[in-house]
Design a protein around this ligand. Sequence first.
Ligand SMILES: NC(=O)c1ccc[n+]([C@@H]2O[C@H](COP(=O)([O-])OP(=O)(O)OC[C@H]3O[C@@H](n4cnc5c(N)ncnc54)[C@H](OP(=O)(O)O)[C@@H]3O)[C@@H](O)[C@H]2O)c1
Length: 285
Amino acid sequence: MNGQQPRTVLVTGATGTVGRHLVTALLDADVRVRALVRHPGTARFPAAVEVVRGDLLVPDDVARAAAGANAAFLLWPGLDGTGADAVAGALAARVDRVVYLSAAELQDDRVGPKDGAWADVEAALRATGVGATFLRAGGFAANTLGWAPAIRAGEPVALPFPEAVRSPVHERDIADVAAAALQDPRHAGTAYEITGPEQLTMRRQAEIVAPGGIVRHQARAEAEAEMATIMGREYASAALAYWATLEASPERVSDDVERVLGRPARTYAAWTRDHADDFRLAHAK
Ligand SMILES: NC(=O)c1ccc[n+]([C@@H]2O[C@H](COP(=O)([O-])OP(=O)(O)OC[C@H]3O[C@@H](n4cnc5c(N)ncnc54)[C@H](OP(=O)(O)O)[C@@H]3O)[C@@H](O)[C@H]2O)c1
């Protein structure tokens, strides 16, 4: 390990979709990993991971977890950025580098973080002067895990906006870019757009994940009621309003994953193969 690599990285969201792959990528690179988790009793990590109990929304917990670390991976739970200033300050006082999992505006040629918590957290980090890298991700391919129960049951996939065009991103690409940014100071002060390598309608995604399966056009109100039970009404309503725009204004494809990693972003088809067990796909056997 050379002198520029961090000795210890604090990973928040380490039990989550992106974080669990980031933990593996950092351990594979011989970086020491410390995970901030709310429930150490149920979190499962390799033995090499140092686990610290704490809540990301409590600045004192974050300060305690960051003490002695050199860099941090940050995600921000929920849609409200209140409190991000104090947490950003707690990190910046202790680590040299922060890689933040933000979200991108990807349609209408708009560039930058999505409004809301993502823009608030980016602003909070920028104000501290810490060496920050923003990973502005598009919609995760993993969001389509919500289709798994219908596919496993042989039922149609219900889509409120089947022709909405997305550029779904594999969570391991986000983790790989995060690992690179955490280890190389040249990524500080940079924002990357993290997308998949191709534009796909939601209907096409459903065909890829379940060849021969059927898509059902779902009324928006029905979709909102269903999604609200999983993610809350505010998030469901915001997601549907966004998807509605993607028929006329498809999401962009960025080449930032390839520029950072030197290889193309993983396709949605590759993601479905990695998640074959979740869907129990006949074609993946
Ligand atoms: N899904 C998308 O399409 C998309 C697109 C762009 C950006 N994003 C952003 O990605 C982030 C989510 O990443 P993900 O999908 O990898 O995570 P995830 O699978 O949703 O899991 C959330 C993680 O955050 C942890 N967490 C939540 N609240 C916490 C708290 N108060 N204190 C400590 N830890 C807490 C959870 O830990 P526990 O084990 O304690 O639950 C878990 O590890 C969000 O900020 C979201 O806005 C998502």
